[in-house]
Unconditional design. Structure first.
Length: 229
């Protein structure tokens, strides 16, 4: 008599093979999902850095326009960069209203904050608002400021324009967002540094960073024609 169907052993073998295939497929799908999440986080971090660079560049370029006292100052305790410029009627897209406009950027609690006021030199700045960090899990790890004067990049406290004025300003930002993958990142590798400026100038050593993070960095270079003498 001819046997029909499967024996118990054959059935167990088929189920084992099927289980192994399903396990491998689940692992591939999970790995793909993690990769997609990381790519999404990296894109979001890049967008946040680009938006910050655009906002900051606009104000730094205008810094010093038709103002004397208090055109710029730098306080390294919080990397607080403070500047001022005159907002004329055709420039209202860049400031609150016509007249003197003062602003400041500084790092606090893993975020870069921004504040602005108008009026007399040294006007009281209101509480800062975050322009980078906090939203979407973004954490600002480093925010450093330097200026180019007389052909030399310098990172130092500044209360007034140095002799010869300022040719350019540089702001370096390193930020991160949580990741489900362990990663290694070496600061400075994604930046095109101008001659004479590097991580060491900004007081950073460039040591490799590790952990479950997606990293992003940006060097914002802005010429400052209104700060030259």
């Amino acid at each position: 008599m001819k046997r029909s169907g499967f024996t118990l052993i054959e059935l167990l073998i088929v189920l084992s093979l099927l289980g192994a295939l399903l396990g491998a497929l689940a692992q591939v799908l999970a790995s793909s999902r993690v990769a997609q999440e990381e790519a999404s986080r990296r894109a979001a971090l890049s967008d946040a850095l680009s938006l910050f660079a655009s906002i900051l560049s606009r104000e730094l370029y205008l810094t010093g326009y038709r103002v004397g006292e208090g055109a710029i100052s730098i306080d390294l305790s919080q990397e607080r960069l403070r500047g001022a410029y005159l907002c004329e009627p055709e420039m209202e897209a860049y400031c609150f209203r016509t007249g003197r406009h003062e602003f400041a950027y500084w790092r606090e609690g893993g975020r870069v904050l921004w504040s602005a006021c108008d009026g007399s030199p040294g006007c009281a700045l209101p509480q800062g608002e975050p322009v980078l960090g906090g939203e979407g899990g973004v954490e600002v790890v480093h925010y450093r400021v330097a200026y180019l004067s007389g052909g030399t990049w310098t990172r130092a406290n500044l209360t007034s324009l140095p002799q010869g004025g300022i040719e350019s300003l540089a702001v370096y930002v390193l930020a991160r967002v949580p990741s489900r993958r362990e990663g290694l990142f070496r600061p400075g590798q994604e930046v095109g540094w101008p001659s004479g400026l590097g991580l060491s100038t900004l007081g950073l050593d460039g040591a490799a960073l590790s952990g479950r993070w997606v990293w992003g960095e940006r060097l914002i270079l802005v010429q400052t024609p209104n700060l030259r003498r």
